[in-house]
Design a binder for this molecule. Structure first.
Ligand code: PLP
Length: 383
C-alpha cells in the first residue's frame, strides 16, 4: 500500500510529499512514527524488512534517508544524532596517520573537534583558505592526503569554494572530497553532481527548519569502503537520532524548498539594502557582485545565494554588540536555518581562539516579512 514516487520527479515535489509514502495500516497521508526499539522475527526466524534493533534499523529513519539521498542525487543517506555526529563519523572512518585539508574559517565546532580530538586521534590537518583553489593544491600530499573537507558557503564569512575544482585536486591525489553543505542545502547546491564524494548536513538547520530538532546526515555518491566504514561506525558508536526526531525532520523537509527560497530572497534584499551603508564596514554575502566568491557561486548555486549573511559594523566589537542588543525582531541567538531570523556576534560565541573578525554579526534570515527585517536592522544600527 505504501506508495513511493519515481525519483525522476523534481526534488521540490519529492520533498513536499515526503516521497509519497502513505501509512500502510491506515492510508494516512503522513507516515506513522515507528518508536519500537526491537522487532519480532517471523515464523522462519527471519528479520522482517531487515529490521532487528533500532540503533540503525527503523522505517522512520529509512524514509527520511531515502528522501535525503534523492534530494542530493546520492547513492544512500544515513542519519545521525547531530551534524557533529555525522561529520566526526566521516572523519573517524579515516585512519590514524591520514592527512586531511580543511578550511581556515569553517564551522567552529568542527574546527575545534579537529584540533582537540582529531589531531590527538592521529589525523594530520592542514587548515587553508579553501576559497583559493591553489591553497588547497599547495598542501596536498599525494598518497598521504585522504580527504579534502570543504564548507561552502563557509561560516561565517560565506567564502565560496569551487566544488568541481576541489574534487579534481582531491581525486588527482587519490583523496576524497567531502562538502559540509548545511548552508547551501540541496535546494541551492548538489555537491555530488559536481564531483564530491560525500555531502554532510547539520539537519538541525535548514533541512528541519524549525529550530526544534538536532540531527545530521551524510549522503554518499557511491557504495565504497569509506561509506561502509561510516555505516559500521554509526552502528558501533551508536550516534543515532530518535525516531521522533527523524519523523519531525521528514515533516520539516516538506516545506524546505519554499523556506529556502524565501530566506534567499530576503537575505539578498537585506544585503543589497545595507551594502555601502556608512554604519557598516562590509556586507558579506555571495549574492553581491563584489563578494570574491560571487562568480563561482553564480555557477555552482541554483536559485539563490543562501539565507546567511554577515555584516561588519563600523566601530568594532563594541558597536557590533550594541547592534546585537538593540534588535527587536531578529532573535539574538546562535544556530541558523530556522523560520525565525537570528543575529549573532560570532566572536563572543567562539571565544579567544576564533579567527572571526570582532566587528562581525552573523544573520540567519528566516521567513518573516523582508521589510520588517530591514527596518529592525536599520533601527538597531542607530543614527
Ligand atoms: C550547526 C552546524 C554544524 C554542526 O551541526 P549540529 O547539528 O549542531 O551538530 C556543522 N556545520 C555547520 C555549517 C553548521 O551550521
Amino acid at each position: 500500500m505504501a506508495r513511493k514516487h519515481d525519483t525522476d520527479r523534481k526534488p521540490s515535489t519529492l520533498a513536499a510529499q515526503a516521497m509519497g509514502w502513505l501509512d500502510p495500516a491506515s492510508n494516512g497521508v503522513i507516515p506513522a512514527i515507528q518508536p519500537s526499539t526491537t522487532y519480532a522475527r517471523d515464523e522462519n526466524y527471519e528479520k522482517v524488512g531487515g529490521h532487528g534493533y533500532t540503533r540503525d534499523e527503523n522505517p522512520t529513519y529509512e524514509q527520511c534517508e531515502a528522501l535525503l539521498a534523492a534530494l542530493e542525487e546520492g547513492h544512500e543517506a544515513r542519519l545521525f544524532a547531530s551534524g557533529m555526529a555525522a561529520a566526526t563519523t566521516a572523519l573517524l572512518a579515516l585512519a590514524p596517520g591520514d592527512h586531511i585539508v580543511a578550511p581556515t574559517v569553517m564551522y567552529h565546532g568542527l574546527r575545534e573537534w579537529l584540533l582537540e580530538v582529531g589531531v590527538h586521534w592521529g589525523l594530520e590537518v592542514d587548515f587553508v583558505p579553501t576559497g583559493d583553489i591553489d591553497a588547497i593544491a599547495a598542501v596536498i600530499r599525494p598518497g598521504k592526503t585522504k580527504l579534502v573537507w570543504i564548507e561552502t558557503p563557509c561560516n561565517p564569512t560565506w567564502v565560496i569554494t569551487d566544488i568541481a575544482a576541489a574534487a579534481d585536486i582531491a581525486h588527482a591525489a587519490g583523496a576524497k572530497l567531502a562538502v559540509d553543505s548545511t548552508v547551501a542545502t540541496p535546494v541551492l547546491t548538489r555537491p555530488l553532481a559536481l564531483g564530491a564524494d560525500l555531502v554532510m548536513h547539520s539537519a538541525t538547520k535548514f533541512l528541519n527548519g524549525h529550530s526544534d530538532v538536532l540531527a545530521g546526515v551524510l549522503v554518499t555518491a557511491r557504495d565504497d569502503d569509506w561509506w561502509r566504514r561510516i555505516h559500521c561506525l554509526r552502528h558501533r558508536n551508536g550516534g543515532m537520532l530518535g525516531p521522533f526526531e527523524a519523523w519531525l525532520l521528514l515533516r520539516g523537509m516538506r516545506t524546505l524548498y519554499l523556506r529556502v527560497a524565501r530566506s534567499c530572497d530576503s537575505a539578498l534584499a537585506i544585503a543589497r539594502h545595507f551594502d555601502g551603508d556608512p554604519r557598516l564596514v562590509d556586507v558579506l554575502y555571495p549574492g553581491l557582485p563584489a563578494h570574491p566568491g560571487h562568480g563561482v557561486a553564480k555557477s555552482q548555486m541554483t536559485g539563490g545565494f543562501g539565507g546567511l549573511l554577515s555584516i561588519r559594523v563600523a566601530g568594532g566589537a563594541e558597536a557590533a554588540l550594541r547592534v546585537a542588543k538593540a534588535v527587536k525582531l531578529f532573535v539574538p541567538a546562535t544556530s541558523l536555518g530556522g523560520v525565525e531570523s537570528l543575529i549573532e556576534h560570532r566572536a563572543t560565541t567562539e571565544g579567544a581562539t576564533s579567527p572571526v573578525p570582532v566587528d562581525l554579526l552573523r544573520l540567519s534570515v528566516g521567513i518573516e516579512d523582508t521589510d520588517d527585517l530591514i527596518a529592525d536592522l536599520d533601527q538597531a544600527l542607530g543614527a
